[in-house]
Design a protein around this ligand. Structure first.
Ligand SMILES: [Zn+2]
Ligand SMILES: [Zn+2]
Ligand SMILES: [Zn+2]
Length: 164
């Protein structure tokens, strides 16, 4: 796989924040939560530690939900990139190993809590359906965008043969 090396949570957390141009001026200045747009009194939100000149903040409710989306992805990704049996199984469309299945379940629970929709397969560009998600017929794939890596998914089976 041509995926970039491991990312720590701080790096990957960043990818969950919507891009600056999708946020309001209040959200970009840290006066409102980047996810739910609730107003934040000064000093009450969570500093998402962005770059100079941009101050995204989260409310206390959204932060653990969004952090779980990233941390469960990270756990599955770390496992996936170090478990050859998982890759062998995925190439022929078989379920991943038991440990990975537990991580997939945690990831789906976190995505549901964050109201994430069906991810688009990086390989075939079709949605990964709820049925496919629940069957564990997906794998993580971090791909490089124009300037930063993105957390992605692809179907197991044929989509893996040319997905990386
Ligand atoms: Zn919020
Ligand atoms: Zn595995
Ligand atoms: Zn696909």
């Amino acid at each position: 796989m041509s995926a970039p090396e491991d990312h720590d949570l701080a790096d990957v957390q960043f990818f969950e924040i919507p891009p600056m141009h999708q946020l309001t001026a209040e959200q970009n200045s840290g006066a409102a939560c980047v996810w739910c747009a609730d107003h934040l009194a000064p000093g009450t939100g969570v500093d998402l530690q962005s770059s100079i000149g941009w101050a995204p903040y989260s409310c206390l409710a959204c932060y653990p939900i969004r952090t779980a989306v990233v941390s469960t992805y990270r756990d599955l990704y770390r496992h996936w990139t170090s478990c050859p049996p998982c890759e062998d199984a995925a190439l022929i469309g078989e379920p991943l190993c038991a440990e990975a299945q537990t991580q997939q379940t945690a990831l789906l629970r976190a995505r549901t809590a964050a109201h994430k929709g069906q991810p688009i397969c990086v390989s075939c560009h079709e949605p990964i359906t709820q049925h496919e998600l629940e069957a564990g017929a997906f794998a993580p794939l971090i791909w490089m965008g124009y300037s930063s890596p993105h957390r992605g998914f692809l179907h197991t089976g044929a989509c893996m043969w040319h997905g990386s």
